[in-house]
Design a protein around this ligand. Structure first.
Ligand SMILES: [Zn+2]
Length: 259
């Protein structure tokens, strides 16, 4: 599979609204709250011409293709907070919206223990195509929104989920609150969540914010001087509507609405 073959395959003639959706879905953009919510890994959609990047349907629908349950929690939170929400509409296996372009993990050739055949030996043209069709339209929409509300208080919160078992190791946390500069704000969230008996929530687990491994927090949050928090929820917690509802309610109560 190479870029020119993909670009001319019959499958690329699919109706644009279905197979090639706009790269961002914006919910409640006029929301009045100080929160701006992002869910970059909301979708496992891969346009047909990519042949699922050589993976099976079940592999694409595993956590390597998207953040299971995260979009539903983000939608519930947006409704409860009256916050705008920006959701990605393509699988992160095509291009990861939360990685700087050009980093090896931006277009991964391997995710956890799974090789991604359709990402190996990509041409510069195909890399650029994904940047232009998927990455830039999403981030341009977020940046435009943040520009327009520059005179309003803004708290950036991004919603993710993680797999309960990674490389064979069980993860004990129900959720993680990740931050870099927003340490004080993040610790207030942790203190509120910590009042709930039995809930295991940790700072900067199971990942840490890094300039080469994150995009939204440093670029849309910290570079603009906003508080910026990444929330990771273990996806077995949010695999059904009751779990989604519980986490949307819990997070809406735990997020302080001022710095
Ligand atoms: Zn994620």
């Amino acid at each position: 599979m190479n870029a020119s073959a993909m670009g001319t395959s019959p499958a690329s003639a699919s109706p644009p609204g279905l197979d090639w959706p706009p790269a961002v879905e914006i919910v409640n953009e006029a929301g009045a709250s100080p929160f701006v919510l992002l869910c970059e890994h909301a979708s496992c959609h891969i346009p047909a011409e990519y042949g699922r990047l050589g993976l099976s349907e079940s592999e694409v629908r595993r956590h390597i293709g998207w953040d299971i349950g995260a979009a539903e929690v983000a939608r519930g939170l947006a409704a409860r907070l009256d916050a705008p929400l920006f959701l990605g509409t393509y699988s992160r296996l095509l291009i990861d919206l939360n990685r700087p372009v050009g980093e090896p993990s931006s277009i991964p050739v391997r995710s956890e223990a799974t090789d991604i055949p359709g990402n190996i030996d990509l041409s510069p043209e195909e890399r650029q195509r994904r940047v232009e069709r998927m990455f830039l339209p999403f981030h341009d929409a977020v940046a435009r929104h943040l520009d327009q509300r520059a005179d309003r208080p803004t708290l950036l919160v991004t919603i993710h989920s993680f797999t309960p078992v990674y490389h064979g190791v069980a993860r004990p946390w129900h959720a993680g609150i990740l931050f870099d500069r927003s340490k004080a704000y993040g610790e207030r969230i942790l203190a509120r969540l910590g009042r709930e008996a039995g809930l295991v929530v940790a700072a900067n687990e199971p990942y840490q914010i890094a300039a080469d491994g994150d995009y939204a927090i440093p670029i849309h949050g910290e570079a603009r001087g906003h508080e910026a928090i990444l929330i990771e929820i273990r996806h077995d917690e949010i695999s059904d509507p009751a779990g989604v509802e519980a986490w949307a309610r819990r997070l809406a109560a735990a997020l302080p609405d001022h710095p």
